[in-house]
Design a protein. Structure first.
Length: 279
């Protein structure tokens, strides 16, 4: 991608050619999860997908991060593409599955990059295993908005009818929807392919509150879109008050899916942050 290109939501960004990656099924305690791994010798980046995706969605990030010298890994959580459903009697935890995946891949330390619902898993993992992380990136996720005063503020952003709208309308910003109908269709296609069934919902290990976030000991990038109705800039700034070592970035003219709507902005921001993080 052209790093000198001016970010313009009216100019669609073509999906780049993917680099070679190993695809497989990780046999983990209690489950099997589908994953891919570019397998280079660089520092690992593990990608955590939103609820509207799976390991399939990182088409804009895989080649860019790999060509920047990183080993890039993505997997599908339980209930998503190529992974088992979570059984009702023992669904496990998503952060527990992540730790098992890290052990399966024999990673010591790694960068954790997440979007939307993946950010809840990322924050949960960071609170439980800070020693394993080189850095934490949380894009478009409220982290602690389900608890305390942040939840009260977030509840004022959307009406009760919001959840009845199509997912693509809620998760892709208005500038992107207007300018890139082909991109919207591709996003919908990947979303549908990622949905494999209705397994049980996995819970968090930690009760994540604003006060709990103050115990985070990982350098953190917080990012959200200026038009994100799930995690508005005001909500992300509230969250940032409770994260000790953070950088906060607002993506212009962008909704809930920065990695897809403004991939050049997302990639440049993440790579710049990783370059400034303690190795």
């Amino acid at each position: 991608m052209n790093e000198n290109r001016v970010d313009d939501p009216m100019i669609p960004v073509p999906i780049p050619e993917q680099v070679s990656a190993k695809e497989g099924i990780a046999e983990l305690p209690g489950t099997r999860l589908g994953y891919w791994d570019t397998g280079s010798a660089g520092e690992p980046i593990v990608l955590l997908h939103p609820a509207s995706g799976s390991a399939l969605i990182w088409l804009y990030q895989q080649p860019v991060f790999a060509k920047a010298g990183y080993r890039v890994i993505a997997y599908s959580r339980r209930n998503y593409y190529n992974s088992d459903l979570a059984p009702a009697d023992n669904p496990g935890t998503a952060s527990g599955d992540l730790q098992n995946m890290i052990e399966f891949l024999r990673l010591e330390k790694f960068h954790l990059v997440s979007s939307a619902a993946g950010g809840s898993v990322a924050a949960d993992y960071a609170l439980s295993h800070p020693e394993r992380l080189l850095s934490l990136t949380v894009s478009s996720n409220n982290l602690a908005a389900a608890n305390g005063y942040i939840a009260e503020a977030a509840a004022k952003i959307r009406t009760k009818e919001w959840d009845d709208l199509p997912r693509w309308f809620r998760e892709l910003g208005p500038s992107y929807r207007a300018a890139n109908p082909a991109g919207v269709e591709k996003w919908i296609e990947l979303n549908h392919k990622s949905e494999t069934g209705k397994g049980a919902r996995q819970k968090l290990v930690n009760v994540v509150t604003p006060e709990k976030l103050e115990t985070l000991r990982v350098r953190t990038l917080l990012m959200t879109g200026a038009a994100d109705m799930f995690t508005s800039p005001s909500i992300m700034r509230m969250i940032a008050r409770h994260v000790p070592d953070n950088e906060i970035v607002i993506a212009p003219e962008c909704g809930h899916s920065i990695y897809w709507e403004h991939p050049e902005f997302f990639n440049r921001t993440v790579l710049g942050f990783l370059g400034r993080s303690i190795k």
